[in-house]
Each structure stands twice: as structure tokens, then as C-alpha cells.
Write a protein of this length. Structure first.
Length: 231
């Protein structure tokens, strides 16, 4: 226990007292702000440090399998009208997952491996679209194509110098995820080398592609952040 003389002359005592005063004043204020944020009463115009937490979940739109010839494209459009309570979801993205094998055939005289086919998937919603390609090297393959329309860099981060409303504008689609969502798959088939010539005959007319189409939904919380490491 420190005496008055200690507080006047002992630097360690002075630092300890300053920390105690800070905690007594800062923590009630912090938890008051956090409580206001939780019940929605904290003003969206307050600039502060905020921690954004949340996770992306997925809503199934469709799954199936398509046999695609070399150079062909399969495409399908889905609407969120078919999704229960879609207007209550923070829809921030669309993805298509694809898996595929190898349909190439060759005569017994062929040496070497099959050619690598390229499967390209595209996910689109309004002006947002993204494509991704994969190959069936080794006889099989899988990949996904996804497109998002929210600021993924904020997830799990401490965001400074912005208001609550500005952060929400970055991570909440506010209905922008409703409407049509389109996916497509294109196959570019290739055959392996025909060695020895004449004796080796190869054929690859396309691929069987299994697919799953999902909406990406982001559920989040925003809370005032207090960094105690600098105390």
C-alpha cells in the first residue's frame, strides 16, 4: 500500500495510480458504448475503433452434373425469390464448386499420359462477375469460382477512423444481393500426345462436370474496440 509520500516521490507508485485512474474511467465508458452498440442505440455517425467479427455461411441453390462437349458452355440463372426469407439475409457473394474426371480414350499402343482438360467456371450477379479455371491433371480435379461484393478485408480486423454506418456500408449488402445470379461452366478438352504415330489414336470429346451452386451469406457483429496492450 502506498503512502501520500510515496505518491509524491515514487515514480512506480505514480504510474500505478495513473493506471488505476485510467481503468476506473475508461472501462465504464467502454462497456457503456458496447452496450449501446449491442442494442442498436449507438449513433452510426460515431468515429472510433471497431472490431468486425463474423462468418460466411452458404445457402444451396442447386447441384447436379453436366456432360459438356469440347468447347461447349452450360449456363443457368437462379433468382433469390426461390430462397426462403432471402430479404432477411446479408447476401454478399455467389460461388460454384466443380469436380471432374477424365473421359479421354486411347488405343493400346499409346504411350504417355492423357492431355489436361481445362474447366472454367464463372459466377455473376449484376455487374459483379469472376471466373476461375482448373485442370484434371492426374485424371481428376476440382475447383471453385466465386464472386463477392463486400469488403472481405474487414472481417476479423480492427477498423479505425470510420463510423459504424461507413463500416456497415462496406460489409452489408443492404439488399444488393437479391435478384438473379448466373453461373456457367466451359470445357476445353485436350488429348495427350499420339505416340507412336499412326499406331496411337486418342479421343477426348469433353468432360462430365459435377457442380454445386451456393449463395454466400455474411453474418457479422461490430463492437467498439479498446486496445489494452498500450496501457
Amino acid at each position: 500500500m502506498y503512502t501520500l509520500d510515496d505518491l509524491m516521490e515514487n515514480r512506480d507508485a505514480q504510474i500505478t495510480l495513473a493506471c488505476i485512474v485510467f481503468f476506473v474511467l475508461a472501462f465504464p465508458a467502454y462497456f457503456s458504448i458496447a452496450a449501446d452498440s449491442a442494442d442498436g442505440s449507438l449513433s452510426g455517425g460515431v468515429v472510433a475503433d471497431y472490431k468486425v467479427n463474423g462468418e460466411v455461411t452458404y445457402v444451396l441453390l442447386d447441384s447436379g452434373s453436366e456432360s459438356l462437349a469440347d468447347g461447349d458452355t452450360w449456363s443457368m440463372t437462379y433468382n433469390t425469390d426461390a430462397v426462403s426469407n432471402a430479404e432477411d439475409l446479408n447476401i454478399v457473394g455467389l460461388r460454384i464448386l466443380m469436380s471432374y474426371g477424365e473421359d479421354e480414350t486411347s488405343s493400346a499402343a499409346c504411350t504417355g499420359g492423357d492431355g489436361e482438360d481445362t474447366i472454367t467456371g464463372t459466377a455473376s450477379h449484376n455487374e459483379h462477375n469472376r471466373s476461375a479455371s482448373g485442370q484434371n491433371s492426374g485424371g481428376s480435379g476440382a475447383h471453385e469460382a466465386n464472386v463477392t461484393w463486400f469488403n472481405e478485408t474487414m472481417v476479423g480486423a480492427v477498423v479505425s477512423d470510420l463510423t459504424l454506418d461507413e463500416i456497415r456500408n462496406e460489409i452489408d449488402s443492404m439488399g444488393a444481393g437479391l435478384g438473379d445470379h448466373t453461373v456457367s461452366i466451359t470445357v476445353d478438352a485436350e488429348t495427350g500426345g499420339e505416340f507412336p504415330p499412326v499406331l496411337c489414336q486418342r479421343s477426348d470429346g469433353g468432360e462430365q462436370v459435377d457442380y454445386t451452386v451456393e449463395l454466400m451469406v455474411f453474418e457479422y457483429t461490430i463492437a467498439p474496440y479498446l486496445d489494452t496492450n498500450d496501457i
